[in-house]
Design a protein around this ligand. Structure first.
Ligand SMILES: Cc1ncc(COP(=O)(O)O)c(C=O)c1O
Length: 376
């Protein structure tokens, strides 16, 4: 029996999403820009999907721009803030995904922008006083702070950050790739200019996501061409992807509370099992704190270096991710920013509605057995 516990990397497609998108792969293949019935059909599908997403998030349809995923949406948000809104100071965290960090660093090579990283404690809690201090600088500030971290599961209070950012007239972008479809949003109230999301993290297809850009916020086009997405993102639309994204989000929000409780119970179960069978186990960041971390992610820290553990788990049919502070050439910028001991072993378990308590028990038993086998 294979057990998939790597849902922060990507989730399996929901069969109902598969059903919704197949007609757009087989029958409805018209180009949405075409002036005939085939084109009208797919244009309607794209616009209906946009309207569905906007309604679920309490946004306006024109605030949703389809992209190839979270990476492109993050790039678009940050590049827009720096090139259009002329932000010259980016305030971010060392915990961001490379889609954010690398975009900022690459802009810093060609433009005069300063980068500040928010101070934090050893659990990864951000220091609001430092943000306050940085926002008082006499610069055009962009704040980019993710909602939920993909490695530790740490949640950041984007409501509070947004309020402070708005108070100082700065721009706010939040990478919501790990939270979209798992937490509800009222974007008419949340003080953000930009939000990035990706369908494959909530049982939608890969290669499709969106940028939310608040009405009135200028957006840069990264891809030039035929003028799709109101000229902001050229290229023939990924219709099946767009339909699948809307369907996946719809399902996610219909079942949000039920799924959240169920998935949280799996996470709590794994914490209990590992604490019992593997003394010395710790959890990175706020991962074990139900209030302060994603219910879908558990980042486990084992006291000693066990370099082959992931491979052995894989051989036992258990798919998880490794996030070691420093091992075998791989280097987690998130864990090293938290000061996690480079000699320890970090394993990320990430859950979905398709996992079962029996899988959790087997994963815990296998990990415990392997830890004894490959004692440090
Ligand atoms: C926090 C975060 N941001 C951005 C991305 C990139 O999203 P995509 O794979 O859709 O490009 C990921 C994917 O792992 C992520 O976890």
């Amino acid at each position: 029996m294979n057990i998939y516990l790597d849902n922060a990397a990507t989730t399996p497609l929901d069969p109902a999403v598969f059903e919704a998108i197949t007609p757009y792969l087989l029958n409805h293949y018209g180009n949405p820009s075409a002036q005939h019935a085939y084109g009208r059909h797919t244009r309607n599908a794209v616009e209906d999907s946009r309207a569905t997403i906007a309604q679920l998030l309490n946004a306006l349809p024109e605030e949703i721009i389809f992209t190839s995923g979270g990476t492109e949406a993050d790039n678009m948000a940050i590049i827009s803030a720096v090139t259009n809104a002329k932000a010259d100071h980016v305030i971010t965290t060392p915990f961001e995904h490379p889609a954010v960090l690398q975009t900022i660093r690459s802009l810093a090579q060609t433009r005069r922008i300063a980068i500040s990283y928010l101070r934090h404690d050893t659990h990864g809690n951000l220091d609001p006083d430092h943000l306050h201090y940085l926002l008082r600088t006499n610069m055009r500030n962009l704040v980019s702070v993710m909602h939920g971290n993909n490695e530790t599961g740490n949640l950041h209070d984007i409501e509070q950050i947004g309020r402070l950012t708005k108070h100082f007239g700065a721009l706010f972008h939040s990478d919501a790739v790990q939270t979209m479809g798992h937490y509800s949003y009222d974007l008419s109230k949340l003080p953000v200019q930009f939000l990035a999301a990706s369908a494959h993290k909530f049982h939608g297809p890969k290669g499709i996501g969106f940028l939310y850009a608040r009405k009135g916020t200028q957006v840069s086009r990264l891809i030039h061409g035929g003028g799709q997405e109101k000229g902001l993102r050229s290229g023939t639309e990924n219709i099946a992807g767009i339909v699948g994204l809307a369907k996946a989000l719809e399902i996610a929000y219909q079942e949000l509370e039920r799924d959240r409780k169920y998935i949280q119970s799996l996470k709590t179960r794994l914490i209990a099992r590992l604490t019992e069978t593997l003394p010395g186990t710790k959890f990175n960041g706020n991962s074990a704190d139900a209030e302060k971390s994603l219910y879908t992610v558990l980042s486990v820290n084992l006291p000693d270096g066990r370099p082959r553990l992931l491979q052995l788990l894989d051989e036992q049919g258990i798919a998880v991710s490794g996030a070691s502070a420093c091992s075998g050439g791989s280097f987690s910028h998130v864990l090293s920013a938290l000061g996690v001991d480079a000699g320890s072993t970090a394993i990320r378990f990430s859950f979905s509605k398709y996992n079962t308590p029996a899988e959790i028990d087997r994963a815990a038993e296998t990990l415990t057995a392997l830890c004894h086998l490959v004692a440090a």
